[in-house]
Ligand binder design. Structure first.
Ligand code: NAP
Length: 349
């Protein structure tokens, strides 16, 4: 792209204006614009095509210690995404390359060579999966599901796995990979449509609609896990975690991936009451952070791109169009409106 075109572009951004209490509102964001500058020597300018909207974004809006520093007030909101190189002074990237990177909620990103690694900038191959599949099964949520299941869950054929958030981004990968590895797979999701989809389209053995009424999870586990639960992949925490803990087998593995039921709590996070079930069953509960597996992502991508190709795996994304809709789109994660991996389409492919 020539200098004149670059300098004619305006970068629309969303910055964190204040820290939310409970669910984020429009007031927590400020919409800003910036000019787009030429890349520095060795650097690139990227155009955002699609952004990954993740439950973790809610945590990054809070102050306090976590596995990654919080987003500062006034900073462009952190977000992973896929995009295209539109200007390059780097020997490693050419104009037109499709890449994955920490774009932030903005339309353009100017990166110096020294920032490539920190922003996770890598080229992607669209023959392995579509742009949005690279944010889902082949992207960060897919890596989370794959490594959480394989490294911590250590599934054995014939075991029973339960996964909550079953129709979501991480959940769909976990359940499908566990089926491929020979497990009995029972999902937990909100509503009939999501439950029907994971059973009929993804091939889960059963799915429990946790919104069906009080006792639905307890009864569902009794019915669909007659031999107990060997692996629980927890995406939601809260009461569902407690209910599954009451059904685990000896030497069960519980993967603490997330606790979305707690992310907007205005009171203390509710911890598991049934933790003594770990003692009785000589079981273990272990947390995972996907970034710890970064040096092995390429192996999981190869394996799952193979499953996508041979039809053993499906990848469902829920796409919201237009960066202006970012504040409302993010909320879909917390009211369960997203059906599949939530993606914000920022520009046409
Ligand atoms: N540890 C890591 O490295 C890592 C990396 C990525 C993601 N995660 C975690 O993995 C989990 C899933 O993330 P995702 O990106 O795959 O999101 P997702 O499942 O695609 O979307 C979030 C889903 O959570 C469910 N949900 C919302 N509020 C809930 C509540 N109060 N109780 C039960 N379910 C609720 C909703 O589904 P229903 O309609 O079924 O309720 C919603 O669709 C999150 O906890 C996230 O923080 C962790």
């Amino acid at each position: 792209m020539s200098d004149t075109v670059l300098s004619s572009l305006t970068n629309h951004q969303f910055r964190l204006a204040s820290r939310p209490v409970g669910l984020p509102t429009r007031d927590n964001w400020s919409a800003t614009t910036e000019a787009v500058a030429e890349p520095e020597d060795g650097g690139v300018v990227l155009q955002t095509l699609a952004l990954s909207l993740d439950p973790a974004m809610r945590g990054w809006m809070n102050e306090g210690r976590s596995y990654i520093p919080p987003v500062a007030i006034g900073e462009v909101m952190r977000a992973g995404g896929v995009g295209r190189v539109i200007a390059s002074k780097s020997p490693h990237f050419a104009v037109g390359d499709t890449v994955i990177a920490g774009f932030g909620v903005q339309q353009y990103l100017r990166l110096g060579a020294a920032e490539f690694k920190r922003s996770g900038l890598v080229k992607i191959d669209l023959r392995m999966g579509s742009l949005t599949q690279w944010l889902n099964v082949l992207g960060m949520p897919g890596m989370t599901g794959y490594f959480g299941l394989m490294d911590v869950g250590q599934p054995q054929a014939g075991e029973t796995l339960v996964v909550s958030g079953a129709a979501g981004a991480v959940g769909q990968t976990v359940g499908q990979v566990a089926k491929i590895k020979g497990c009995r797979v029972v999902g937990i999701a909100g509503g009939k449509a999501k439950c029907d989809w994971v059973v009929n389209e993804l091939g889960f053995d059963a799915c429990i609609d946790y919104k069906a009424g009080p006792g639905a999870v307890r009864e569902g586990l009794k019915e669909h896990c007659p031999k107990g639960v060997d692996i629980y992949f927890d995406n939601v925490g809260g009461e569902i975690l407690d209910t599954v803990l009451a059904r685990i087998n000896r030497k069960a593995r519980i993967i603490i991936c997330g606790a979305i039921s707690q992310y907007n709590a205005t009171t203390a996070v509710a911890g598991p009451k049934n933790y003594l079930s770990l003692l009785v069953n000589r079981a273990r509960m272990e947390g995972i952070v996907v970034f710890d597996y970064a040096d092995r992502y390429h192996l999981a991508v190869l394996e799952m791109a193979g499953y996508l190709k041979d039809g053993r795996m499906k990848s469902k994304e829920d796409i919201v169009e237009g960066i202006a809709h970012f504040p409302e789109a993010l909320l879909k994660l917390f009211n369960g409106e997203n059906f599949g991996k939530l993606v914000l389409q920022v520009a046409d492919e």
